[in-house]
Design a protein around this ligand. Sequence first.
Ligand code: ADP
Length: 269
Amino acid sequence: MVSKAAQRISASTLSTRLALDGPKDETKELADAFDTMLRRLERTFEQQSRFVADVAHELRTPLASLRTTLEVVPADTETTLDDYRAMVVTQERALSRLERLVADLLILATSEQPFFRSGVALGPLVEEVFTDLKHVADARQVTLRLMNEEEVVAYGDEALLTRAFSNLVENGIYYNHSGGEVVVTILRKDAWAVVTVGDTGVGMATEQQALIFDRFYRVDTSRTRNRGGAGLGLSIVAAIVQRHGGQVQVESTPGVGSTFTVLLPLSET
Ligand code: ADP
């Protein structure tokens, strides 16, 4: 019966279950294991198709913007040079959004591949992230501050860790208000490097905190859309931290701010 069922299963019949009744013998054990495997496969397939649908949805908006401007502006006989200039600005924004989305998807798609780990000094890494984001912080009048009293060296992939902290600091800037700050602290606790990224921004409710690490999840779609984020930033952070065998958590109070805490294994050298 188990072998017959195994032959019949395909991607579209993953909801099949053997649900074998009877004595707790080896056959029953095998059938139960088979059902558990099917349940897991079904969930993975569901996640994959939802992911593809979300990607398609995200691609549609910038593509529609490119197509509309390309069709409407040149077709109008009274189009001026200024109209064309405005079109270029719109298209540039749409292109940036597409580029960012593709870059994010690539990181998520390759997150299973082997990566290069070595000792990574976290203080200098965060300073570099600050330098890269200084213009964004200045434009929003948000101060970036690093509190790092001892040298803490994590065991990780420098490029991936830079990406993770860049996403967290960038969020701290974007979901902040003018005059606010983003404070990063780095310290050592037991076998862990502990990095916190705290902001004085909008914060979020408890029920949202459980969802923000999901792919494509955004708390407030209108606000984030202006910024062009697709809701992938924190899922990338989670994927990177997980690959390092670390942990990431959030604590947040609406209207007060959020603090993300990242635990990474320390370098032994
Ligand atoms: P994106 O910022 O592109 O929307 P993220 O995955 O980085 O995607 O974040 C998911 C959602 O979590 C955001 O849309 C935002 O609502 C919320 N969020 C992330 N970081 C913060 C933060 N520091 N303060 C408040 N909300 C945040």
